[in-house]
Design a protein around this ligand. Sequence first.
Ligand SMILES: NC(=O)c1ccc[n+]([C@@H]2O[C@H](COP(=O)([O-])OP(=O)(O)OC[C@H]3O[C@@H](n4cnc5c(N)ncnc54)[C@H](OP(=O)(O)O)[C@@H]3O)[C@@H](O)[C@H]2O)c1
Length: 299
Amino acid sequence: MKLLITGASGLFGSKLAGIALRKNYVVYSGYSKDQPAFGAAVQFDVSDKTMVEKVFEEINPEVVVHAATLTDVDKCETNKELAWKVNVEGTRNIAEAVKKRRAFLVYISTDYVFNGEKGNYKETDTPDPVNYYALTKLKAEELVQDIADDYCIARGSVIYGASPAAGKINFALWLINKLKGNESPKVLIDQWNSPTLNTNMADMTLEIIERKLTGIYHISGATRISRYDYAKLLAQTFNLNTDLLTPSTLAEFSWSAKRPKDSSLDTSKAQQTLKNKPLQIQQALEQLKKELEGTSETA
Ligand SMILES: NC(=O)c1ccc[n+]([C@@H]2O[C@H](COP(=O)([O-])OP(=O)(O)OC[C@H]3O[C@@H](n4cnc5c(N)ncnc54)[C@H](OP(=O)(O)O)[C@@H]3O)[C@@H](O)[C@H]2O)c1
C-alpha cells in the first residue's frame, strides 16, 4: 500500500514511517527541513498548495497520514499567521488533494482541542480550545470533516519516544537527561494528560489504516496522570532519583500560550475497537526502556 506521511521527520511521523516500512508499506516521508530517517524522503511545504498537488500527482498515495504541524504551542501564540498557514491552510491543501485522489486520510490531532476543565474527554465531547495552537488544530479537524470523504481523526496527548526528532527532545528524554545529570527539574503537579508512546500510537494508526476505521479516535496512552506522577514513574522505571524532582505549578510558568489543566483523553473507544490497545503508563514506560536499550522490535 502506498502511504504518504506528512511530518515524517517528527516525533510521531518518524516512528510511523519506520514501523510501516517493516510492514511492507511503500512509504513516502514528507518533511520541510529535517531529513526523515525512514522511507522515501519528499520535501514539500504543506502550506504550498501547488507543491502539495504536484506531490500527490507524482505519488498518487492510497493513504495519507497528515501529521505535519507547527507544534510549538508558544510559537503558535506569538506567530498566529504562520500557525494558521501551516496548521489550517496546510490541512486544507492535504484534505483537498486527498479528496481529488480518493485516498484515505488520517489526520493526527491533539488532546489540546479541549479546554481541560473536566479531563477524561471522550470523542463525543465538545472541543473548546484555550490557545491558538489548539484553535488551529480544531479548525483543521473541521476542514477534514468538511472536505474529505474517507477520513479518521486520531488524537494523541503528550507524545514521547526513544529518539529525538525534528531537532527536539521530548519530555521523557529531557527528564531522564536532567536526572542523570543530577539536576532538579521542575515538574507540574497541577497538569494532567494521557502520555502517549509514539510506537504505540503508530501501531494504532496502522490498524486504523488497515481496517479503514473512520470518525474520531482517541489513540493516546490509556492512563490519566499528572505530569509530576508521570515524571516519578519515569524516574523509577529508569532507576533514577525521584527526590530530584521539583514540584511546580502552572502559575509559576509565564508561557505565551495558556495550557489546559486536564486534557486527559478517555480511550475506551480505542480499547474496545482496536487489537493494538492504548498502553497503560507502566507498560508503555517498560516498552520505552526496551526501545532505549535496543531490545525491542518496535524501536
Ligand atoms: N508532541 C506532542 O506532544 C503531541 C501531542 C498531541 C498531538 N500531537 C500531534 O501529533 C502530530 C505530530 O506531532 P509531533 O510531536 O510528532 O511533531 P514534531 O516532532 O514537532 O514534528 C513536526 C513535523 O511537521 C513537519 N512540518 C512542520 N511544518 C511543516 C510544513 N510547513 N510543511 C511540511 N512539514 C512541516 C516537520 O518537518 P520539518 O522538521 O522537516 O520541518 C516535522 O516533521 C501533530 O499533528 C501534533 O499536533 C502532538
